[in-house]
Design a protein around this ligand. Structure first.
Ligand SMILES: CC(C)[C@H](C(=O)O)[C@@H](O)C(=O)O
Ligand code: SF4
Length: 476
């Protein structure tokens, strides 16, 4: 019987949210949580206004500003760029008009939408979570089905709390074994994308499984799920377990008391059945992963830090050769050059991939008692105001500023060129963000995707560096 076939985590959450399935398999899904930011919501609210419709479930919706805001003290005096200012002002008007809960810019809880969802307990296991933003996949780390939607879908969810979706295929990426010293969740996900490519997950929802994924804390799982979108997947997820439940417990919007126990009982039924069948399976041995760095302009163009810049002459075909030549030219690289020889101008530790307290602790542990190299601009941008407070309570800001890092306010910052934090043409940046397309961090900017540990090592060395040469000092 079809009903009794073994099911995946994705199958279970999907089935739980189907309102109606159409003959072609497309389903109307109930959406539990809708996160809203200033970039993709203006036309959606405008659509409601024109149609005279209210927001169906303001209580399931929450809005925050993150992309267009400054991350220095100028955020207190207003946004100067007219386009950025318009987006933020428009959101602030819309949340009032439509009664949507809003976390204002100067509220301590403000931050990157994908950081504050889990932090506030708004993103919970078993939920369907959407946001007009591709990195909504981050929330899949909670054991939720979380994916990005377009502006017209934002309007649909605001109006109906439902969404039309074609079913995705199931893919499992199993990472067994133990991660070597110096490697983190970021290296796992860069290694995965290096292996399967940016189209490797197309049409699939990826469940990340295996010993090395289980061993990750929630921050690490969020880093991995965050970048599943860079592998082409519709979403990424990790089955909820005790690590998840411990993380959720006590968060502001999480269920409390008996309701929490009941929720855990249900969440515990969600992991994929042992004999569930996946449409696609990929296996990695964590022990073979090394600290990774991207050298090209696509997240699949990664290599261990010990590698050299590839030679287009050795490309398997003409198309790839031309592509490599273009990348090397844009990135200012010479074939055969050691990656550790590449001098960096800027180091950016932040973004919804790597701006949580765990990331900042790693950076501070490595930076402690050391100095940022001359001529390098290094910045740490916490993912939320609460993370910033926590880091300050732990004295991490002092360690970092004494080492020469800038200590900033929460926001998307230099992850994308939509606010004052931008690279200038030709600048080379070791960045903990998730995208390295041409111009992503500012026109002409050159991005190397790395972990927070590797970014810190690059800041201290003044060039891309192997974090295994920069282990924390003075630790026992
Ligand atoms: C601005 C927003 C729509 C965009 C996204 O969807 O991901 C941004 O967050 C990004 O990371 O490129
Ligand atoms: S931090 Fe970067 S990837 Fe994340 S939502 Fe902001 S712009 Fe997008």
């Amino acid at each position: 019987m079809a009903e009794n076939r073994p099911r995946t985590l994705f199958d279970k959450i999907w089935a739980h949210h189907v309102v109606e399935t159409l003959p072609d398999g497309t389903a109307l899904l109930y959406i539990d949580r809708h996160l809203v930011h200033e970039v993709t919501s203006p036309q959606a609210f405008e659509g409601l206004r024109v149609a005279g419709r209210p927001v169906r479930r303001p209580d399931a919706t929450i809005a925050v500003v993150d992309h267009n805001i400054a991350t220095d003290s100028s955020r207190r005096t207003g946004i100067t760029d007219p386009e950025s200012r318009l987006q933020v002002d428009t959101l602030e008007k819309n949340v009032v008009e439509f009664g949507v809960p809003y976390i204002p810019l100067l509220d301590a809880r403000q931050g990157i939408v994908h950081v504050i969802g889990p932090e506030q307990g708004l993103s919970l296991p078993g939920m369907t979570i959407v946001c007009g933003d591709s990195h909504t996949s981050t929330h899949g780390a909670m054991g939720a089905l979380a994916f990005g939607i377009g502006t017209s879908e934002v309007e649909h969810v605001l109006a109906t709390q439902t969404l039309l979706q074609k079913p995705a295929k199931n893919m499992r990426v199993t990472v067994d074994g133990k991660l070597p010293v110096g490697c983190t969740a970021k290296d796992i996900v860069l290694a995965i994308i290096g292996k399967i490519g940016t189209a490797g997950g197309t049409g699939h929802v990826i469940e990340f499984a295996g010993e090395a994924i289980r061993a990750l804390d929630m921050a690490g799982r969020m880093t991995v799920c965050n970048m599943s979108i860079e592998a082409g997947a519709r979403a990424g997820m990790v089955a909820p377990d005790q690590t998840t439940f411990d993380y959720v417990k006590g968060r502001p919007y999480a269920p409390k008391g008996e309701a929490f126990d009941r929720a855990v009982a249900w969440w515990s039924t969600l992991p994929s059945d042992p004999d569930a069948v996946f449409d696609k399976e990929v296996f990695l041995d964590a022990a073979e992963i090394a600290p990774m760095v991207s050298w090209g302009t696509s997240p699949e163009d990664v290599a261990p830090i010990t590698a050299t810049v590839p030679d287009p002459a050795e490309a398997p075909n003409e198309t790839r050769r031309a592509q490599l030549e273009r990348m090397l030219q844009y990135m200012g690289l010479t074939p055969g050059q050691k990656l550790t020889e590449l001098k960096v101008d800027v180091v950016f530790i932040g973004s919804c991939t790597n701006s949580r307290i765990e990331d900042i602790r790693v950076a501070a542990a490595i930076a402690k008692g050391r100095k940022v190299a001359d001529g390098v601009r290094a910045m740490v941008v916490p993912g939320s105001g609460l993370i910033k407070q926590q880091a300050e309570a732990e004295g991490l800001d002092r360690i970092l500023t004494e080492a020469g890092f800038e200590w900033r306010e929460a926001g998307c910052s230099m992850c994308l060129g939509m606010n004052p934090d931008k690279l200038t043409p030709g600048q080379r940046c070791a960045s903990t963000s998730n995208r390295n397309f041409e111009g992503r961090q500012g026109p002409g900017g050159r991005t190397h995707l790395v972990s927070p540990a590797m970014a810190t090592a690059a800041a201290l060395a003044g060039h891309l560096a192997d974090v295994r040469d920069y282990q924390p000092q003075g630790s026992h």
